[in-house]
Design a protein around this ligand. Structure first.
Ligand code: GAR
Length: 185
């Protein structure tokens, strides 16, 4: 049984779908949900599933303490689900090829620094693109540039607001992220 640790900074709708999915899996289980924000709603969601939670500081992310915590929970894979801080090199090196991220656009478009959550959907709207989507990828040293594992697209209607685009993207994320994780482990 592989152990997954979810890192999330906010609401946690993707994290919840993953917790729900792996409750019934014989391949993996979610062993830890960790957040850099103590007010993150993802921590509430985790209670429903009796999954241990941990809040860590920016310092603990940088000084190696988070790596220790992840090891204490025997983490095999780290799942980023709306985690908004950049991972330090030491953490990426400690879990090579074992960190999975979801990005709310079709990378390489709309990736990189500052491109997260609503900022992405706003940029997509301003571009006038006729489609957007999701990218699930491995995390390497360069933000949003790791190996792409999976992409799915959705069309944008001219009148769609950034919020409506976000809703379409979230629906794709919820549909695919858990299955793609399972196929990788
Ligand atoms: C998701 O749309 C995810 O793709 C995005 O944050 C949202 C979190 O939503 N991640 C990034 O933008 C990372 N660059 P959630 O908290 O409801 O799962």
């Amino acid at each position: 049984m592989k152990k997954l640790a979810i890192l999330a900074s906010g609401n946690g709708t993707n994290a919840e779908k993953i917790m729900e999915y792996f409750q019934k899996s014989s391949k993996a289980k979610v062993a830890l949900v960790a957040s850099n924000k103590k007010s993150a709603y993802v921590l509430e969601r985790s209670k429903k599933f009796n999954i241990p939670t941990r809040v860590f500081s920016k310092e603990e992310l940088q000084n190696g303490r988070l790596i220790e915590i992840l090891r204490q929970h025997k983490t095999d894979f780290i799942i980023l689900a709306g985690f908004l801080l950049q991972l330090p090199q030491a953490l990426i090196k400690a879990f090579p090829g074992k960190i999975i991220n979801i990005h709310p656009a079709l990378l390489p478009k709309y990736g990189g620094k500052g491109m997260y959550g609503q900022h992405v959907h706003q940029a997509v709207k301003e571009s006038g693109d006729s489609e957007t989507g999701i990218t699930i990828h491995l995390v390497n040293e360069n933000y949003d540039e790791g190996k792409i594992i999976f992409q799915a697209a959705v069309s944008i209607d001219q009148g769609d607001s950034p919020e409506e685009i976000a809703e379409k993207v979230h629906a794709l994320e919820h549909k695919y992220y858990p299955n793609v994780i399972e196929s990788l482990i």
